[in-house]
Design a protein around this ligand. Structure first.
Ligand code: NAD
Ligand code: UD1
Length: 343
């Protein structure tokens, strides 16, 4: 049985991938500093899978603590989710983002090299396609025209990993470019619930539906899109998790660096997301149109054919599934709801 080190395994995408790995015959160990997550998520992964696994409260910036993890565990490959991801914050605090994301990755790669672990799956983002590519985005399009430090860290790390594979044929990496992950595990035990006022669409809709924020601001209704609102490729986080296991299986059989889009290939507008959420939850989401958000593109979605042809992966869940599962997770967080479900 292979052991996978999952950095950022307590986070939104990492936790769902841990579940999928455990359910597909992998052993895991998790490294997380819980700067954007809670150790309780690790208990929830155990509750879903019935499996125990080691975890380390460790910051990737702390080289000694990371070296200790590699001494204690016999690791076959790494899935690297750990990173900071708030676009606006990255503009305010660029050095924090470059240090955490880029230096953290370099520390990880050095430990991997020292311990002879040379297989890595990396969480990249559609943001690396920048502003100038036509849609749908394909993996061989030019990247790097990023518009914020967060996106630049992703483009830089992709380049570092390509250079590493170029320098030493024993290295093998998968660069996975996620589109817009939403949804939650159908159990309702893990999902996404950011601290403070959310920046991203689905968490914001959740707060409005819960009644903790009065209405949704829809950023722009004059884009050249189907209904004037922004269009994105929303993908269920459980589909993403399956994509990681498929990528990992392929990683053990490949050499060099590969890149895959993980998206559905379908674009949905903000208004479509709101309407679908209302249908699935039965809860109204009041909204008002607001000016465009700086840095937003009108429309983008994936060409997802490469992952289908080469990894045998294709997203299965619909936008309705994503809305239903996101809402289920939020409802389950309320103690009274959990008690009802338990009875
Ligand atoms: P998340 O914040 O929920 O998870 C990231 C995890 O990494 C958190 O548990 C956090 O505590 C941990 N972490 C951060 N810095 C760390 C460090 N220095 N050392 C140890 N742990 C650290 O985010 P997510 O949505 O699960 O995203 C996972 C990865 O996917 C990130 O790299 C993110 O940039 C990337 N990504 C996310 C999205 C998205 O929309 N969610 C889209 C594209 C790419
Ligand atoms: C954002 C980031 C992207 C990152 C991704 C996942 C920007 C410019 N891009 O993508 O780099 O990889 O998150 O973390 O921040 N919307 C509203 N009202 C809201 C929130 C969003 O109308 O309150 C709209 C946006 O204008 C957009 C769509 O909803 O059209 C999706 O927005 P969001 O969830 O923030 O994701 P992206 O902007 O696509």
């Amino acid at each position: 049985m292979k052991t996978i080190l999952v950095t950022g395994g307590a986070g939104f995408i990492g936790s769902h991938t841990c579940v999928e790995l455990l359910q597909n015959g992998y052993r895991i160990c998790v490294v997380d500093n819980f700067c954007n997550s809670s150790p309780a998520t690790l208990d929830a992964i155990h509750e879903i899978t019935g499996k125990y696994f080691p975890s380390y409260n460790c910051d990737l910036i702390d080289e000694k603590a990371l070296a200790q993890v590699f001494q204690e565990e016999k690791i076959d490959a790494v899935i690297h989710f750990a990173g900071l991801k708030a676009v606006g914050e990255s503009v305010q605090k660029p050095t924090l983002y470059y240090r955490n994301n880029v230096t953290g990755t370099l520390n990880l790669l050095e430990q991997m090299e020292q311990n002879g672990v040379r297989r890595l799956v990396f969480s990249s983002s559609a943001t690396v396609y920048g502003e100038n590519n036509p849609i749908p985005y394909k993996e061989d399009m030019p990247t790097g025209q990023t518009t914020n430090p967060y996106g630049t860290t992703k483009a830089m790390i992709e380049q570092i990993l390509r250079d590493l594979c170029q320098s030493d044929s024993r290295w093998s990496t998968m660069l996975l470019r996620y589109f817009n992950p939403i949804g939650a595990h159908p159990s309702g035990l893990i999902g996404e619930d950011p601290n403070g006022i959310p920046n991203n669409l689905m968490p914001y809709i959740m707060r409005v539906a819960q009644g903790t924020l009065p209405y949704l601001n829809i950023f722009g209704n004059d884009y050249p899109t189907k209904d004037g609102t922004g269009v994105r490729d929303y993908i269920h986080v459980c589909d993403l998790a399956v994509g990681h296991v498929k990528a990992l299986n392929a990683l053990f059989a490949q050499e060099g660096a590969s890149v895959y889009n993980l998206g559905t290939g379908q674009g949905s507008s903000v208004l479509e997301v709101v309407k679908t959420f209302e249908q699935e939850s039965g809860v109204p989401v009041p909204y008002q149109f607001a000016p465009r958000r700086a840095g937003d593109l009108p429309e983008y979605f994936a060409d997802a054919s490469k992952a289908m042809q080469e990894l045998g992966w294709q997203a299965q869940f619909t936008l309705a599934d994503m809305c239903r599962d996101s809402w289920n997770f939020i409802k389950m967080k309320s103690p009274s709801e959990r008690e009802l479900v338990a009875k």
